[in-house]
Write a protein that binds this ligand. Structure first.
Ligand code: MLT
Length: 402
């Protein structure tokens, strides 16, 4: 008899974005004449940037030759990409990393989900509420106990340090789903907490490229001492159009330690490397060459243009919603706009209303946690034309609700 991991039975029936996709598919099937605008899951509409595409084409041709063929690559990523990451994403911000502290992967979602492998089941985990569901679900799957840190308008979306001791802390800033940020001062408190409590911070910086304001850290390693307590996740998905291509990386500094039950220190870099060698065969060569091209002069310019366009959409959505009388958060350092749903409605009721009347898909805040109830998320990843159209339609629906 093969026993199952019963922790899976503790999960909600299906993943948030799968639920939404199912609802939208049903609506589209029943209303084939309606033009639905999708501002739900944070998938990009701008294709992979030309510099990356060109590099990928070149790499594909290269592996078709006897001399250029690549078999299994290094599990942790090719040196050329790890070097480019260290120099461009970190050295420029005053952070020194060794190349072997960077692990190239097929996505930040996978990294956030897989990282739990190297931690004990009885660790106490802190996550914000609302939260990107992957941190919660993967820890439920492995049977860990969760402490929720509310982030709502009442605390300016700034999580308070937990009252009880926690061992693993997930922080995502710019935040998914609220689109809000944490200042260096605030982040410093977390690094200090982690040091005092020998905890580890799992810092998801997948949206750092959207930061427009000063004094907002792009990397947790900008905070002194963070290299001793933090693991950081980054992604090419939303910047260079890699949601389908798949490439990301995780930084596990050699100085971050975990502990055995008898208190012995163990390098998490060593454990993650061991896990990676056993369970992963690396990202394909052509994709890593494409990722490398994000650091070329052209690649950087093209990404900057993407960020500008998405942030412009965010502004259109944010200001349009405010004109329609909504209270709105995020959208300044983030592609996510977080709004309060009209009084008396739940997040899912608002979802249904928008889908049926405005034919707009968003994400109900309650899908990200109980403190997301009463909120709703829209993304700026659509086209400009659709962002404008979506706001016009939402305004009409909002007028009817008044
Ligand atoms: C989201 O919509 O929250 C993100 O697109 C999900 C993801 O990046 O996996």
């Amino acid at each position: 008899m093969s026993l199952i991991n019963e922790n899976f039975l503790e999960l909600q029936d299906s993943y948030l974005f799968t639920n939404i996709a199912r609802k939208v598919a049903k609506f589209t099937q029943e209303n084939p004449d309606k033009e639905v605008i999708k501002l739900g899951i944070g998938d990009v509409t701008k294709p992979i940037v030309p510099a990356c595409l060109e590099a990928m084409h070149k790499a594909v041709d290269e592996i078709g030759t006897a001399e250029g063929f690549k078999g299994y690559g290094p599990e942790q990523g090719y040196d050329f990409l790890r070097k480019a990451i260290v120099e461009n994403d970190y050295k420029t911000r005053g952070v020194d990393l060794d190349e072997d502290e960077v692990f190239v992967s097929d996505g930040a979602k996978c990294d956030c989900g897989n990282i739990v492998d190297i931690f004990a089941q009885n660790n106490k985990v802190a996550i914000t509420d609302p939260v990107y569901p992957v941190y919660l679900d993967t820890n439920i799957m492995s049977g860990r106990s969760i402490t929720y840190l509310p982030i709502t308008a009442e605390n300016n979306f700034i999580p308070e340090l937990p009252k009880e001791k926690v061992d693993m802390i997930y922080l995502c800033f710019p935040n998914n789903p609220t689109g809000t940020v944490l200042s260096k001062e605030e982040l410093k408190k977390w690094v200090e907490y982690a040091k005092e409590n020998k905890s580890v911070i799992l810092y998801d910086a997948a949206y750092e490229a959207f930061i427009t304001e000063d004094d907002i850290p792009h990397s947790i390693y900008e905070i002194e001492g963070a290299k001793d307590v933090a693991i950081e996740f980054r992604s090419y998905s939303k910047t260079a159009g890699f949601t389908g291509v798949r490439c990301a990386y995780v930084v596990v500094p050699k100085s971050v330690k975990g502990y055995t039950t008898d208190g012995k220190e163990v390098s998490l870099n060593k454990l993650w490397n061991r896990r990676t060698c056993t369970k992963f065969n690396g990202v394909s060569y052509a994709v890593q060459r494409a990722a490398e091209a994000t650091y070329s002069k052209e690649g950087k310019e093209q990404i900057k243009a993407n960020m500008k366009a998405y942030l412009e959409n965010a502004k259109i959505i944010k200001e349009g919603l405010e004109e329609a009388g909504f209270t709105v958060y995020g959208g300044v350092n983030s592609p996510y706009i977080w709004l309060k749903v009209p009084e008396g409605m739940t997040s899912w009721e608002f979802f249904d209303k928008l889908l049926e009347e405005a034919n707009i898909v968003g994400t109900p805040g309650s899908g990200f946690g109980s403190n997301g109830e009463g909120y709703f998320r829209l993304t700026a990843f659509g086209t400009k034309e659709n962002s404008i159209k979506a706001i016009e339609r939402i305004k009409q629906t909002a007028n009817k609700l008044k």
